[in-house]
Structure formats: C-alpha cells, structure tokens
Write a protein that binds this ligand. Structure first.
Ligand SMILES: [Zn+2]
Length: 183
C-alpha cells in the first residue's frame, strides 16, 4: 500500500493538462493501485492522477457505497452529456474543507480505456456523472471552484485564500464532508 500526498490548489500542477497514457504496463497498474490507496485513506470517492502529481489521464472512482461503481478509467473522453442539469454540492480532496453547489449535467456518457488498453464506454447519472466530469476537468487543469457561479465564488473567497496558503478553513468539518462529496 502506498498512500501519496494529495496536492492542494497551492500547487500549480493542478492547473496543467495531463498527457495521454500510452503504455498499459505494470507501472500503470501500480500507479492506479496507489491512487486507490490514497483515495481510500483520504475518504474520497474519486481521484485524478494530477492530484498525486501524476500528470497522466487516469482517474479512479469508488462510488459503490452510493450504489454506483468502483473502477479506474484511462484516457477518458466525454461522448455525450444531458441538457438536464443537477445542482448538488461538490467538494474536492485538493480543496479541503470546501463543499458548495455546482451545476453539472445530470447524465454523461464517456469512452475510456481499461488497464489493458481495451476501449470501453460508461454511462453515469447524478453523483457518478458529477464525479466523472469533475475528474476529467482535473485532467485538463480545471478545478471545480473555478467553475462556480460568481456569487458562490465570492462566498468562499477567503477560504480559498487560506487553502492557497496551506491552511484549512476553520469552520470546515472535513471528515463529514469528505465521506460524502470529496472527489
Ligand atoms: Zn477534485
């Protein structure tokens, strides 16, 4: 088991694009295993490679308890999203202590490769759709707090400044929030 340090928004790498995975080898499987270990340790339900400093297009998701799936997805691409949206709360292991509403499509269909390079598709709705889109944003250097409505962005401005200085906002209840929404 190898738990890696999770980068927070202090780190510029979170704003860079990750590259496509070309080699489907043992190194990839080891990286994915470490990502699962790290996500589990942080009580998160999703993690993208860049969050542990691995600038590759890989994500792991564990939403089994919420009635969805657990899996790893390499080189994912969005094929289709619903026009219908959802507006529930979202959090991120790289933005500790923050959980705020963000509008996202209710449903998404993606293509991806599995750990042997096989092409597959996956459809997900609600929390699964949110997690898939959130992690895929990470791969393009986007963090969810930058997608918020201006009035919500304003509300958490001071907390964001604190996190960028390496602190955690005082009033946050991290374990509770992480169990539910941190992706
Ligand atoms: Zn995240």
């Amino acid at each position: 088991m190898a738990v890696k340090r999770i980068l927070t928004i202090q780190d510029k790498r979170l704003y860079q694009k990750s590259v496509e995975v070309k080699e489907f080898d043992k190194k990839l499987r080891d990286n994915v295993r470490d990502m699962f270990d790290t996500m589990r340790d942080a009580l998160g339900v999703g993690l993208a490679g860049v969050q542990v400093g691995l600038m590759q297009r890989i994500m792991v998701i564990d939403l089994e308890e919420a009635g969805f799936i657990k899996g790893s997805f390499v080189n994912p691409k969005i094929l289709e999203t619903s026009e219908e949206t959802q507006d529930s709360e979202e959090g991120c292991l790289s933005v500790p202590g923050i959980s705020v509403p963000l509008k996202r499509p209710k449903w998404v269909k993606i293509s991806y490769q599995d750990l042997s390079g096989e092409e597959n598709t996956l459809e997900g709705e609600m929390l699964l759709a949110r997690a898939l889109l959130h992690e895929m944003d990470h791969m393009d250097g986007r963090v969810f707090i930058d997608l918020l409505e201006p009035d919500i962005k304003k509300l958490i401005k001071n907390d964001i400044e604190l996190i960028k200085k390496g602190k955690i906002p005082k009033e946050s209840k991290i374990p509770e929030y992480r169990e539910k929404t941190a992706i």
